[in-house]
Design a protein around this ligand. Structure first.
Ligand SMILES: O=P(O)(O)OC[C@H]1O[C@H](OP(=O)(O)OP(=O)(O)O)[C@H](O)[C@@H]1O
Length: 385
């Protein structure tokens, strides 16, 4: 008889398997089931208990080396403690969530960062309880070497445990709901760093606006996983006399999908709500019959009656940064990012023999360069945070 068959036989003999087809049991996950296997009953039968603990220990040995046995509250606690005792290992247990009183712990017992932990459950149905325990151990800086249970119902959901944990899903939503427009990614980068910190050895920022983390620093062979921290957005480009806001792209924003979108305008005074307005279908006649959204004809309405009211709400033009097509780009991208700004001169007929600029504009550009340089102090930190 295999260990699995022996365990099943024992569970049936001690009446741990309960059937109630008329009045189904509710499992921890909320699933209604005609079967309930109460593994706690095994603890009341020394010979069954001993058999199960021995089987656990044999499986646990395959996960060596590990430092700590962790029981999942509550039914995983006694089994975990017995296994730890037999293997002469430290024991901890992990609650479903942190206590609201006392020391407010989710993990009870002594753990240390970098510890290798084997998690013990009594049973796995959806895997929800085990995953929460694994996440808690990971958040505490431990490495989970495996999860063992007396049995699993073999549900696909638990067999194929998602790589997306509730903590990573929560992070994703927090990250997505945080505004992180191109050039202003610091708050998003901070959220990412906060989430990733338990998994990394060190982190850095460069002058180019990159935040990066390193695992196993100093090793000769390196692999980079790269991702964008920025969100596409729009910048306020021009405010009309009657209080409408024209925009310019910040990143690859698509004007075709802009109309009818709700908008948050981030200002020094806080968020100003607005909408991308669009003329109604029945008034789009004549030359406007096939009107398509273009950068020049999309606009944000914040309910202001004129330019002054828009300004009073804290909405102002924002200069947009982009690839310049000049050698400024080469400076900006060199040596891990060099802080660069291109100051352009307004002119007409560029690259023709009649290229012309206004003397006043030339003077103002010189002044702008001078004032800008005056503002840069020695060792000025240009990093995002
Ligand atoms: O894989 P899952 O869908 O999470 O289900 C398994 C969990 O359900 C039971 O816990 P329950 O909360 O019923 O009891 P307990 O508090 O005694 O551990 C069982 O002990 C597991 O912990």
């Amino acid at each position: 008889m295999s260990i699995a068959q022996e365990v099943a036989k024992n569970l049936l003999q001690i009446n741990a398997v309960k059937l109630s087809p008329q009045n189904p049991f509710t499992w921890a996950s909320g699933i209604k089931s005609p079967i309930y296997c109460d593994n706690r009953i095994t603890l009341s039968y020394p010979s069954v208990r001993d058999f199960i603990i021995q089987a656990f220990v044999e499986k646990a040995q395959k996960f060596e080396p590990f430092d700590i046995v962790a029981g999942v509250a509550t039914a995983g606690i006694p089994h975990g403690a017995l296994i730890a005792d037999r293997m002469k290992k430290p024991f901890i247990y992990i609650r479903e969530k942190a206590k609201s009183h006392g020391r407010q712990n989710q993990i009870e017992g002594i753990i240390h960062e970098g510890a290798k932990v084997l998690v013990i459950e009594d049973l796995i149905s959806t895997g929800g309880s085990s995953i929460k325990a694994v996440e808690a151990a990971r958040e505490a800086g431990c490495e989970v070497v495996g999860v063992l249970a007396i049995f699993s119902y073999g549900f696909e959901k638990a067999e194929r445990m998602s790589v997306i944990t509730s903590a990573s899903e929560q992070f994703l939503y927090t990250y997505l709901n945080n505004a992180s427009p191109t050039g202003f990614e610091a708050s998003g980068q901070k959220l990412w760093l906060e989430y990733i910190r338990p998994f990394i050895d060190e982190w850095h920022l460069d002058n180019y606006g990159t935040a990066y983390a390193v695992i196993n620093p100093g090793k000769p062979y390196r692999v980079v996983i790269e991702g964008h921290a920025d969100e596409i957005s729009w910048f306020v480009n021009y405010i009309t006399d009657d209080g409408f806001i024209n925009v310019i792209r910040n990143g690859g924003s698509d004007q075709v999908i802009a109309p009818s979108k709700r908008v948050n305008i981030h200002t020094k005074k806080g968020i100003v709500k607005g909408v991308f307005g669009w003329p109604a279908i029945h008034v789009r006649t004549g030359k406007d019959a096939n009107l398509m959204p273009e950068i020049a004809n999309i606009f944000i309405d914040i309910g202001a009656k004129n330019k002054e009211e828009v300004a009073n709400m804290g909405v102002h033009r924002q200069a947009a940064s982009r690839t310049t097509g000049t050698d400024t780009d080469a400076f900006a991208y060199s040596n891990g990012g060099v802080v660069s700004a291109l100051i352009s001169l307004p002119l007409r007929y560029m690259h023709t023999t009649v290229e012309m600029a206004h003397k006043e504009d030339i003077e103002n550009v010189i002044r702008l360069m001078y004032e800008t340089l005056q503002k840069i102090e020695a060792h000025h930190n240009f990093k995002y945070f």
